[in-house]
Design a protein around this ligand. Sequence first.
Ligand code: ARG
Length: 564
Amino acid sequence: MNFKKELAAILYGLLNQEIPEAQLELLIEKPKYTEHGDLAFPCFTLAKLKRKSPQAIAQELSVQIQSPSFEKVEVVGGYINVFLNKKLVSEKLLNKVMAEVGQFADQDFGKGGTITIDMSSPNIAKPFSMGHLRSTVIGNSLALITEKCGFKPIKINHLGDWGTQFGKLITAYKLWGDAEKVRQNPIKELLVLYIKFHEEAERDSSLEAQGRSWFKKLEDGNEEANSLWQWFRDESLKEFSRIYQLMNVEFDSFAGEAFYNDKMDRIVHLLEEGQLLVESDQAMVVDLTEEQLPPCLIKKSDGATLYATRDLAAALYRKENYDFAQSLYVVGHEQSLHFKQLIAVLGKMGYDWAEKMVHVPFGMMLKDGKKMSTRKGKVVLLEEVLNESIAMARQNMEEKNPHLVNKDQVSKQVGVGAVIFHDLKNHRMNDIEFSLEEMLRFEGETGPYLQYTYARGRSILRKADYQAKVLPENGPNTWEKEWKTASLLMDFAPAIKRACENHDPSIVAKYIIDLAQAFNKYYAEVKILEENKNLETRLALVFSVSVVLKEGLRLLGIEAPEEM
Ligand code: ARG
């Protein structure tokens, strides 16, 4: 049901195949105002080519454009405006949605290719930050969107579970730690120790050296160091898992930085073989002058490997294990340089698949215009934020719908959905102002607004005791009032495709907002349940809109309650 294609094919014939069909299709626009029809073909390019006025060409072509799919063709200025056959198109479209339900808008251009998605990736023994929330939410949605397009996504949590900070943490724990306290409140307690280490280190310069030596022991397999590290890691993961469960996010792999410890020698070896390692300031680096980038640090003077080395090992491992068609890294834009270096080094090593690696950056989460960070002592804990949002959603519900049966479940769906939608509705590069009040509003561009629109649709269908059934072609129904909403259903698949290609879930978010707004306007204007010849049409529309809203929300990682 691609009418741009159909129009392009007709024009291609009319123009004696002089201009490629694909090029014609690209020229076709969707007019801003419905008065100008559903498709518009600007004739200005043709005018230059043919040395005629755009109006004359538009006039000439327009009278020859004929198809049962089009009900009217008009010329305005240099444009040919095409009006689709509302009845034919709506009936076909709604029948398709009713037949396919959750599979509607499924696509197969991914051809089963694997996409690894490096996402979430919090640092062990530190609180889950807002940046990690963004990465989790964007990555999860990209997994769902790419899957809908026929790819096979692999979600990888590249845990920050290795590095000199663990030496510092072990030092601090051995000096001031209390096992019981850590067990009870691991992340908070470990953070307290970590902060104390840095405070004390300002006075006592021997601490840094102790930290380095503990990390060395850890890297050399010292038993005490390793069992402490393992314990910190387990406790942290337990806390992170609670957050992932709240958000309904699962991973295919938790292979974090530590996983690559025994795979680093090979990287160093390969770099040496390729004569890419040079010494600089007592460290080993890959020179990237040619690429106009600063050198990439591979190995420190004491032999310790680095973040970049582990990422090189991870990239190779992923290529060899998953044979990815694309490899995405959903990580904040402040790491852009790191990923440029990573890709450049792999390119120098001769791996042409380095081109398939994409850094998918995003902006910051702000509170009152300032970065929300894990500042000394004052930490914004994501779990608390989610729980607060759920509590507020619940309070709303007690006021609006006190008799709702499964309030626990619904307030979780609404509270969490609000946080996710607030994140995904903007292009990911934009900074986001964090505001629970704003996220939880029932009007405007919010998660609850969309969920409420869905629940309203479902409630109408329940009242009518409606079962989806195929609409008769050329039935008695009219489509004037329904057209705006019905025709939007056509745009779902292209929106998903663009979101997939641009790694940008906000395209799907904006699309479902448009659909919900059109539908709510329709709902305000039309008595849906009124008994007359158009009843079937209206119910089929309500059903189809519900299907698409639910699927759109699902692609963002948000659930749609049947009632709220
Ligand atoms: N743990 C890192 C951080 O919090 C993010 C890791 C991103 N993924 C990667 N492969 N480097 O900054």
